[in-house]
Design a binder for this molecule. Structure first.
Ligand code: GAR
Length: 196
């Protein structure tokens, strides 16, 4: 019998992907469950969405997240096997990347290697896509490594950008892709890493 993996979702703001992952794995408990939402902002919606769905959440400062004893202690206490960064805007410390290597995945709202790197998050990405006159954008789900947005790509999906699309239009299209694809991609990464 495969062991059900316990996921921590790291989110900094709205938390719509965190909520979507919680709901998906509630219906796919044979693979994994979201056991914890970690957030670095006390005013963010993400922890409240988690609590409303009966999932534990913890708000941690940047210093606490960068302190091995504190963050490792929290993840161990919740038995976390796998981490999903879903709109998490802080850099993950190297000791955590190392501990969860191959088991820590990020979603980026563009087709990496385009429009990635420091400062490229959320609406900023969609503004840059429109300003560059791109005719397509999309999502990239990738392993997390030490550099920003540089880990091995697991999955990409593209969507057309029209000449008159605003950044808000692009954001809506990209969000549709995120909601549709992130949960099953995470499920398949976990299913394929069974026994690790
Ligand atoms: C998502 O679009 C995610 O791809 C993006 O932030 C948004 C979070 O939304 N992540 C990045 O830009 C990472 N560089 P959510 O909080 O509603 O899930």
């Amino acid at each position: 019998m495969p062991i059900i993996k316990r996921i921590a979702v790291f989110a900094s703001g709205n938390g719509s992907n965190a909520e979507n992952l919680i709901k998906y794995f509630n219906d796919h408990r044979e693979t994994a469950e979201v056991a914890l939402v970690v957030c670095n902002r006390p005013d963010a919606l993400a922890p409240r969405r988690a609590e409303a769905l009966g999932v534990a959440s913890v708000v941690m400062s940047r210093d606490q997240l960068n302190d091995p004893e504190t963050i490792n202690g929290v993840l161990t206490a919740h038995g976390i096997d796998f981490i999903v960064l879903a709109g998490f805007l802080l850099k993950v410390p190297e000791f955590l990347v190392d501990r969860y290597r191959g088991r820590i995945v990020n979603i980026h709202p563009a087709l990496l290697p385009k429009f990635g790197g420091k400062g490229m998050y959320g609406r900023h990405v969609h503004e840059a896509v429109v300003a560059a006159g791109e005719r397509e954008t999309g999502i990239t789900i990738h392993h997390v490594s030490e550099g920003y947005d540089e880990g091995r790509v697991i999955f990409q999906a593209a969507v057309a950008v029209s000449a008159d699309d605003t950044p808000a239009d692009v954001e809506r299209k990209v969000r549709d892709l995120e909601i549709r694809h992130l949960p099953w991609v995470i499920g398949s990464v976990i299913a394929n890493s069974d026994g690790e």
